[in-house]
Design a protein. Structure first.
Length: 342
């Protein structure tokens, strides 16, 4: 309930902020699909939280709006280290360039930057060269800016949406109706967690694969027993499946590399006398853990479960067959072309 309340109140703030003339309680109730009594409670909560909202009597109606010229004042000046941290944080959202997330952060930075001396701005740009944030593969969310904006609106207003989605394992796009529960940023990729009407269950969708989205007039409520953290807890990556216990033996050469990282909240590591380790997880589904094992090559060996061991063996055999096939046909080996060389 608290999560729905916060989302509703944040949506209410956004509407008030974008309305120069202000809004009546009836308008806010209609837009939010709630009672006027709920809106009055929300307005009182927001005022108590420090948002400068007030009501103005105009003709025969009362309108609510932000106090004219309002700004949020910081309790103290921003320290130089905090200013640099914010400047560097902008690099972390470059994947969202063109979307509302990147735009709002850039707007905040431009407001702060306007009060800085030219020499300070030059200094910040120079020191930024000392730090680099590697965002990984660029998903080009600038091309999905409208889709992200519509999802953000549907999330805040609790509207079901129709979307054209091209699943990775499907040969064609399909239109499906979903109830957007949350946007989830994982491994430098943006995902939508939503209840799929077609499947009758909560699913995870890659925003990159959504090519069209249209809000409907249908409203939804999140099931009272749904907990986002619990739903995502067992995922090794983003895929879900039946939860199972996994044990993998890591070679001495790669033991330290694997042990330095937390690959999953459930992981448990046990050292071996030869310098290797055994790492154990409880994960939902085997597909992504299979890919992880394969990425380690001969440095990892599955101990359990047997079905994961069989899948890894099959994948290795199929990969080897790709190379054997070329040799058996008498194909000449391809010469690698190095960048900048012929």
């Amino acid at each position: 309930m608290r999560r729905d309340q916060l989302i509703r109140q944040w949506s209410l703030l956004s509407r008030l902020e974008s309305s120069l003339a202000g809004l009546t309680v009836a308008q806010m109730a209609a837009a939010g699909g709630v009672s006027e009594r709920t809106i009055y409670r929300d307005l009182a909560d927001l005022q108590a939280a420090g948002f400068p909202l007030h009501s103005v009597k105009e003709k025969d109606e009362t309108r609510w709006r932000f106090v004219e010229g309002y700004v949020f004042r910081t309790p103290r000046p921003i320290r130089a280290s905090e200013l640099l941290a914010l400047h560097l944080a902008r690099d972390m959202l470059t994947a969202f360039r063109g979307t509302v997330f990147h735009q709002e952060l850039e707007g905040l930075w431009q407001t702060i930057e306007a009060g800085l001396a030219p020499a300070t701005r030059d200094f910040l740009e120079g020191i930024k060269d000392l730090y680099r944030i590697g965002p990984g593969p660029d998903h080009q969310y600038v091309a999905r800016a409208e889709i992200v904006a519509r999802l953000n609106q549907a999330l805040s207003e609790r509207h079901s949406v129709d979307m054209a989605y091209h699943s990775l394992k499907s040969p064609e796009r399909r239109v499906r109706r979903v109830d957007p529960y949350a946007l989830w940023f994982k491994n430098n990729t943006l995902y939508l967690v939503a209840f799929c009407h077609r499947r009758g269950q909560v699913r995870i969708f890659a925003v990159d694969r959504i090519s069209m989205i249209q809000a409907t007039s249908e409203r939804f409520t999140i099931a009272a027993d749904f907990d986002l953290d619990r739903y995502l807890a067992d995922c090794f990556g983003v895929m879900r499946g039946e939860a199972c216990n996994v044990r993998i033996r890591i070679s001495p050469a790669w033991a330290r590399y694997v042990a330095e990282r937390t690959w999953h909240p459930s992981q448990h590591i046990q050292g071996h006398i030869d310098g290797g380790i055994e790492i154990a997880f409880r994960v939902a589904g085997l597909e992504e853990i299979r890919q992880w094992v394969l990425s380690l090559g001969p440095e990892a060996r599955v101990i359990e479960p047997p079905e994961l061991k069989a899948e890894v063996v099959q994948s290795l055999a199929e990969a080897l067959a790709l190379y054997d096939t070329g040799d058996q046909r008498g194909e000449a080996p391809r010469q690698a072309s190095l960048p900048g060389l012929g």
